[in-house]
Unconditional design. Sequence first.
Lengths: 234, 504
Amino acid sequence: MITLQNVGKAYDLGDVKVHALKNLSLTIDRGEYIAVMGPSGSGKSTLMHIVGILDSITSGRYMLEDYDITNLPDKEQARIRNKHFGFIFQSFNLFSELSALENVMLPMSYAGVAYKARKERASALLEEVGLTSRMYHLPTMMSGGEQQRVAIARALSNEPDLILADEPTGNLPSDKGEEIMRILEGFNTRGVTIVMVTHNPEQGKRAKRRLYIKDGELQRDELNGAFSLEKIDA
Amino acid sequence: MRDESGKIIVRRFWNRTLESLLLILAVAMGVGAAASGLSLIANIGSYSKETLASPAYREIIVSTQNNASDMADPVILKPTQDNVVLTVKDLDAATMVPQVAYAYISNQTELRFINQAEAEREANMVRDGFGGPPPEEAPATVIGSDTAEPAAGTNAGTQVAATTTAGTRIAATAGTATASTDNQSTEANNAAPPQRFGLSSAELEVAAADASIIIGQQENLAGYRVTPQFFDAWSMKAGTGSLFTASDLVGTQSIVVLGSQAASVLAGEGNDPATLVGKKILARQGYQTVVGILQDTGRAIYDEAYFTPYRSGSAGFMGGPPMRSMNTQLRFSVADPETLTETAAGLTEWFDSQYGEGQIVVSNPRAETERLMARNTGIGLLILFLSLAGLFIASVNVSNILMGRGLRMRKNVGILMALGASRVAIIQLFAKEALAISAAGSFLGALLALPLSTSMRNALGISGGSWWYLPVGIAAAWIPTIIFSLMPARQNSMIDPAQAMRVA
């Protein structure tokens, strides 16, 4: 589904040039459940942003299916983000002005879904994550776990091909984190591709594939409980 | 609103009520002041143009010093000679000054009607013992409709008895109430004791039955004693009948030309004013035969007035020197206002040579009015500058506050882009907020501008203009607020989503 070929990302800070990603190649197939692991500042989030087309690459190629999307215009990038990707953030990033239902409806409005249809789908998704009774509550009236469940429902609203979760349980107590993990894994079993950044080794072990990144380089790419598929050294 | 991203903006707006209201108020004050300033300067320009386009500002007024009190700038530098008298003959000065297009006299006067109300008032005065002898005791002159010549003022106090075509004797008092403002009529009025008797009710009924007699229902009618070139100078044309000619100045028949509105009033509602031509108006000054009705001039003071020939002559008794009562102001009109100063110099030279230096006041009303207009324009420009400066400051502040609001939404912009919002969608989102604020502010500003603009116009004595100056001013003032409001929207859409979320 996604192929990154020799991708590099450098930030120009005037005198210094910081290489967040170096010559990274990677393929993500449909239905995968990938954990991206590594120390802080290793480039995990940068990789997530590049995969989610929130950030541009400074070298290499990014192929989505058979299309090179490296230099797509902004409007097309926005359409791909909206239709093909769902984002889940550590700090939930819900809009405090909108109810849970409206937060879930929001991405569908950019997809041009009619009000009634998006309201019905948002209700169904919230029901699926166990928030039927909290639909009209504002995020500020909800617990962290509930907010993250709303975020998951929002990420799934446009039936994306890929969910990018950046430390989805990082701000949650362990029991709530477990709840979120189960929901994500449930969607994965139904065919949704998941790429998750995590610091938690236990959560990493539950993924079907693990990517270890250090200093902007892919150190290891391994399948769960098995062997290293490849080792790419700079 | 069914658009979720729009709801975010609307709810943020109400969550920050004070800040939002201050934004609207800033726009309102800026737009209100600028719209008023723009409207004022447009009105000043329009008013100046309209005013100076009047024939009144294409003429020079020449007067003796003791008859110059109503002139704009009568500076008396020399001792006054009381025996200087300007008469109609002095209009000949026009032939010596080539820039003069028309030379004429125009003095105010008044026609007092004899009607039922007047008759009742007279009867009451007789009963109460005021006034002179009753009509039957007064000496009466029998005149036909073509014999009376009660030139206003000069025959004040003379009782005229008129015989209608039906042979009815009608007594009319001439001149007692003439209110012409020239010296001649004033002095004449002072000279004669007031005669208070007109027609009896019975005689009035007989007159009313005569189709050739017009009985005005109002008390009086303002008018002008003019020489023929007055009509040319003011581009007045007869709609029905004819105007005066030079020969009418020396005639004996009392004739009048009616302004269009005056004719309509005299004809009465639903009647054709044209039928008045040839009829006689029953007035204290005697019968006044209507010889013409003017086309509408667009100037109420003339449309609602009547005009009668100026017949004071140029020589005194038995061809002697003119009497002081003949003294009048003279008006010399030019085709090109640019030549007014030159014309004034030429006329001054001519009159100085005739009457002695400084004895005659030559006034140029246009010069004074132009000074007034220039002063108004200066004040208007100052107000415009200050109001535009206010608008600019308000717009910059609004822009800064909106930029601040956008920066506070930096994280949200990143999230919206992650969820599928394009940069255009982000611009639209902020633009809607900016437009809503500037529209609400402009509406409020328009409400402020209405009284502000009116009071500024009143303070400067500006009238006329056009109603659409203010809406155009509001629209023009709105444009910079929109531009300044939209700039943050564009800037906010340029936020890098990855960086925005990293900050978050």
